[in-house]
Every structure is written in structure tokens, then in C-alpha cells.
Design a protein around this ligand. Structure first.
Ligand code: RAM
Length: 486
């Protein structure tokens, strides 16, 4: 297997070019005193750097001026009182700055922000001041000139497509970020969905290669699983979690990349790591060939509170085995037979031990008998149940209060994928329109990290204020619309 230095050098070779564009809001000047504020609307969600100038009027300002500058991805965020924040993630992700200015000057704020709205409040001044020359320098590595419009006649799908491509564009920086407001890092689950959508929209192959190599350079845990995320700055560093479904989806991302590009060189570089993920997973199976719980945060699947993940995880494993088997066959790898033979064994085990015949559903056999959409979807994607039976099962689980429902666009992606796999194109379109369309109706400029239609305060982190409203894993409607001609 190639070493870390090699992988990092390949990641560097594929550094995508950032494109910058400068936008000036309609308001050009503001004169204000203590407590007064101005709201700038950029007209669209942007990621980048904010500058403005500050000057005195005719009277000398004899003490520093204090401004509070708040950046909001939407107006709700602008109106939130951040002092009431009570979430589990660091408050410093909330985009608000207090700055003290000693004399007239032009300022470029040092952080990069993700926002549509900017509110500047004059906290303290001894005299009226003038703020002007507002500008926002936006960055992205997506080339919007290559983006063709989606070929759909449906107005809502068109709107959804626009917002979805915008979401992806915003998250495409020097790598695929999960969210440009937060966490601004590269996670495997997000990478997979961003790359998929990118193939049908901006088709920037450099950034995909870069991300695949950045993970290849990561430090695997004692079981052999890749880190679930990596940091690029201030220096390359592996994340401390090793979520197994994400480790498996790395392999799927390599398969997707090969399917899209036919690029054998990259696949050859990454084949060893892919095999290691599957071999590692195999060691965690019990004697029945069923996935087991490991210490710590071993599976993600979705942010649904209280979700039991074993059955879904088993499905992710089967899904990965299937895709990887196909890849090995295409490239003529001798391990192909070994992987394919194993798939049917694991499928029958899943049917025997995870399916509750009397209830007619897949349950989470690990400790309680929980019903979830997640388990049904992943068993379908893993090929454990097919055809009419699978359709019925899926339909009966959706919007059914007895089943845990997905709470993120991430998991909703896999629901739609399962529907399309079963040939339920009409249902897939309806499901997609209802869920993503719900965000459109609420005025979204970009799609969100988490969304429960009847609980707009839901947050995986105990406080909605920290939620990311431009989250890459929600961009896949563009993939579905374009790939399947919806
Ligand atoms: C969140 C990240 C990311 C996701 C992980 C599991 O914190 O924002 O999108 O992949 O959780």
C-alpha cells in the first residue's frame, strides 16, 4: 500500500482552483449612533469575506467605536439571541463578532463566513459614525459556467434543483466541506453525496480525487477503519472518530468515482484501503454474520434520536460489498469471487436474524425490537429484500408513527435511492418534492443539515442556532433530478 506522504502529495496535486467574485449589497452607506443597526442583504447565500469602511462624520470620534457584526444564513438566525445558546457544540461557531475600531479605516473581517444577511449594530460610540463601502468577496471551487439547467418541466423540481446546486457550490471550497458555517471539514458521508451530485452538475474531478486521497492519508483505528473526518487546516490531521458506515461509504465513493471516470490509476492507489475497510468490518461480525456494536460512536446512519443502528449498518455493509464486488469484477481483480460469494451468505443471515416474520418488518435485533425506516431502507439497498415485498414494506414504514423516521436530508437521500432502486419513480418524486419542497416553502436559499417538517426547532446538538443551513449532504435532489430525468 502507498504511504501517507504519497497520498498527501496526490491530494496536493489535485488542489482545486478557488474562484472569487465580489458582491456589493444595495445599501451603500449607514450613519448611526449607539444601538442603531443596519441589515445588509446579499440577495443570495454566499461563502466568503466581508469588508467595509468606517469613518467619522465631521466631528472627531474620541474613543474607540464598538460594532457587533452578525452573519446569518437566514433571517431567523439574525433574529436569534446568541446569548441564549445552549447547544453541545462550541458557541464559537455562531457567526457574531464584536470589534473595536480606533480610527477611520477599511476593514476586512478575518474569518470566512457563510451568510445571506449581515447585521451591523453600533454598540458604543461617542459620536455618530459612518459605515460604507460594503462588499463581500465570495469563494467557491465550483465553476458555475459549466452548470447546465436541469431538464425538468416541473417548477418545484426546478426550484429544488437550483437551491441544491447552490448548496453544493457553497460547500465546494478547497475540499468538499460538510457545511461552510460549521464544521467546515471533510466527512466521508457528506463527501459521498457531494461527489455524486458534483458528477451531474459541476463535474469537478480534481476536488473528488483530492478528497479521496485526503482520507487515504488518514490514520485508521485499531480495527482498520478510516477516520470519519479529516482537517485540512491549519495542518492535515485525522479526526478522532471512526464511524463504520462512513468507513464503508468511503469504499462506495471510490466505486462511484470509478463508475463515473473509469480512472484505474486512482482506483489502484486506493484499492488496498478499500479492501481493508471491508476486511475490518468482517472482523466485527458475530458468528451469525450480523454486525455488532463496538465501543464509542461506531455508527451514524442518521441524527434520529434513539435510533438503533445495527440493521441499517448491516445494510450499508451489504450495499458496499455489492458495489465493491462489481468494481473488482470490472477491473479483473482476483478477489472478486471471494467478495461475491460472501454477499449471499450475509444476505441470508440478515434475512434469518433481522427480519421479524410475524410483524413483516426488519427490526433491530441487537437489543430491543425497534422499527425504523432506516432499517427497511438499508435492507432494501443491501438487497436483502426486493420486488413487490420491498415496495410494500417501504411504503408502510414511511410517515408511520410506529417507525422512526429520518431527520436529515442525508438519510432521506437513501430513502429516495431505495425507491428508485425498486422502480418507484413516481413515489420518489413525490417524496423528494414534499421534503425538500418543504424547505423551499420556508424560504431556504440553501438546504439544511437537519429538517423535521413538524419540528422546526429540531437540532442534533440541542440548540437549533448551531444547525448548518447550507449543508452539503442535502444537495442530492440535483443528482436524482439529473441522473434519473425526474
Ligand atoms: C455532523 C457533520 C457532518 C456529518 C457528521 C456525522 O457533525 O456536520 O455533516 O457527517 O455530523
Amino acid at each position: 500500500m502507498k504511504d501517507k506522504d504519497y497520498f498527501l502529495s496526490k491530494a496536493k496535486e489535485n488542489f482545486p482552483e478557488l474562484k472569487y467574485s465580489v458582491l456589493t449589497p444595495d445599501i451603500t452607506e449607514f450613519i448611526g449612533l449607539n444601538g442603531e443597526s443596519i441589515l445588509l442583504d446579499l440577495g443570495e447565500h454566499l461563502v466568503g469575506y466581508f469588508s467595509f469602511a468606517f469613518d467619522k462624520l465631521d466631528v472627531f470620534v474620541d474613543a474607540p467605536v464598538r460594532l457587533i457584526i452578525k452573519f446569518g444564513e437566514d433571517m431567523r438566525e439574525i433574529n436569534d439571541d446568541f446569548s441564549e445558546y445552549n447547544g453541545v457544540l462550541s458557541k464559537t461557531w455562531l457567526q457574531e463578532e464584536i470589534i473595536n475600531l480606533d480610527f477611520p479605516q477599511k476593514i476586512t473581517m478575518p474569518r470566512r463566513y457563510a451568510c445571506r444577511y449581515i447585521k451591523i449594530t453600533v454598540e458604543r460610540t461617542t459620536r455618530p459614525i459612518r459605515l460604507f463601502d460594503f462588499s463581500f468577496c465570495a469563494s467557491t471551487s465550483a465553476d458555475i459556467t459549466v452548470l447546465k439547467s436541469a431538464d425538468t418541466e416541473d417548477d418545484l423540481l426546478n426550484k429544488i434543483d437550483l437551491i441544491a446546486t447552490n448548496t453544493l457550490k457553497e460547500c465546494m471550497q478547497t475540499f468538499f466541506e460538510d457545511g461552510p458555517k460549521r464544521d467546515r471539514r471533510l466527512w466521508i458521508g457528506d463527501l459521498r453525496l457531494e461527489a455524486l451530485t458534483n458528477y451531474y452538475t459541476f463535474n469537478n474531478l480534481e476536488i473528488v480525487k483530492r478528497c479521496l486521497y485526503l482520507f487515504a492519508a488518514g490514520e485508521c483505528n485499531e480495527l482498520g477503519f478510516l477516520p470519519s473526518f479529516v482537517y485540512e487546516t491549519p495542518y492535515y490531521h485525522s479526526g478522532a472518530t471512526h464511524i463504520e458506515d462512513y468507513a464503508l461509504l468511503y469504499v462506495v465513493s471510490v466505486c462511484d468515482y470509478f463508475e463515473h471516470t473509469g480512472d484505474k490509476e486512482v482506483v489502484n492507489d486506493l484499492l488496498g484501503i478499500c479492501k481493508l475497510q471491508l476486511e475490518s468490518f468482517k472482523t466485527t461480525l458475530d458468528e451469525r454474520l450480523i454486525a455488532t456494536k463496538q465501543n464509542g460512536w461506531f455508527a451514524f446512519i442518521d441524527w434520529c434520536p434513539g435510533l438503533e443502528c445495527i440493521t441499517a449498518l448491516q445494510g450499508v455493509y451489504l450495499y458496499t460489498l455489492q458495489r465493491f464486488g462489481e468494481l473488482l469484477k470490472t477491473i479483473g481483480d482476483e478477489d472478486y469471487e471471494k467478495y461475491s460469494a460472501f454477499i449471499s451468505e450475509v444476505r441470508s443471515a440478515s434475512e434469518n436474524y433481522l427480519y421479524n416474520g410475524s410483524k413483516g418488518v426488519f427490526v433491530n435485533a441487537s437489543d430491543n425490537y425497534q422499527f425504523s425506516v432506516h432499517s427497511q431502507v438499508w435492507m432494501i439497498l443491501g438487497g436483502v429484500i426486493t420486488g413487490e415485498g420491498a415496495k410494500k414494506l417501504l411504503i408502510s414504514s414511511l410517515d408511520n408513527k410506529d417507525f422512526k423516521q429520518p431527520v436529515t436530508p442525508y438519510m432521506r437521500h437513501y430513502v429516495v435511492e431505495a425507491m428508485l432502486k425498486l422502480g418507484m419513480k413516481g413515489e420518489a418524486v413525490q417524496y423528494l418534492k414534499k421534503y425538500w419542497g418543504g424547505m423551499v416553502e420556508l424560504g431556504a436559499d440553501t438546504f439544511w443539515e437537519a429538517y423535521i417538517p413538524d419540528d422546526l426547532d429540531f437540532s442534533p446538538y440541542n440548540d437549533r442556532m448551531i444547525n448548518s443551513l447550507c449543508h452539503a449532504w442535502s444537495c442530492t435532489p440535483s443528482y436524482f433530478i439529473r441522473k434519473y430525468g425526474l
